[in-house]
Unconditional design. Structure first.
Length: 160
């Protein structure tokens, strides 16, 4: 099974994704680690990515997930996957791909971003992420106003 933990920056994708992967005993991939240098520079400068920036990145992530699937391995990917077309690209060729939507208010997420330092994603891009977000119709939706472990417990219960 492939699980994509998705949501805007600051929603807890990496934290919850790592915990979920540890619980499932599978690999964890952080989509942030696979952005090309030009995209990282763009975000660092406070410029939101556009679809042209995202398509090669999404293709690479899909390749990694399909390789894991071909090896018979489960994996958890943390990835914003803000639009349905992005989720479709990630899930292409993956019959056992589930999405987990980390859902929270802009106020809660902004307060989290104010307390953390990301290597390239400034808090100023949060509004652009919410503007681009198309909440998924088919996903496990988790409200992030609880501890990461409680979020994972809810995800596990929904996966079973």
């Amino acid at each position: 099974m492939i699980v994509v933990v998705m949501g805007v920056s600051g929603s807890g994708k990496t934290t919850i994704g790592r915990l979920l992967a540890a619980h499932l005993g599978c690999a964890f991939l952080d989509g942030d680690d696979f952005h090309p240098p030009a995209s990282v520079a763009k975000m660092k400068a406070g410029t939101p990515l556009d679809d042209e920036d995202r398509w090669p990145w999404l293709g690479k992530l899909n390749d990694l997930l399909r390789q894991a699937g071909q090896r018979g391995e489960d994996a958890v990917l943390a990835c914003s996957a803000l639009k349905q077309t992005y989720r479709d690209a990630l899930a292409r060729g993956l019959p056992r791909c589930m999405f987990v939507f980390l859902n929270g208010s802009i106020e809660l997420i902004r307060s989290r971003l104010d307390e953390r330092r990301h290597r390239y994603m400034p808090a100023s891009l949060l509004e652009s992420q919410f503007a681009a977000l198309e909440p998924p119709a088919r996903a496990i939706s988790v409200n992030i106003d609880q501890t990461p472990q409680r979020c994972v417990d809810g995800i596990i219960a929904a996966l079973i």
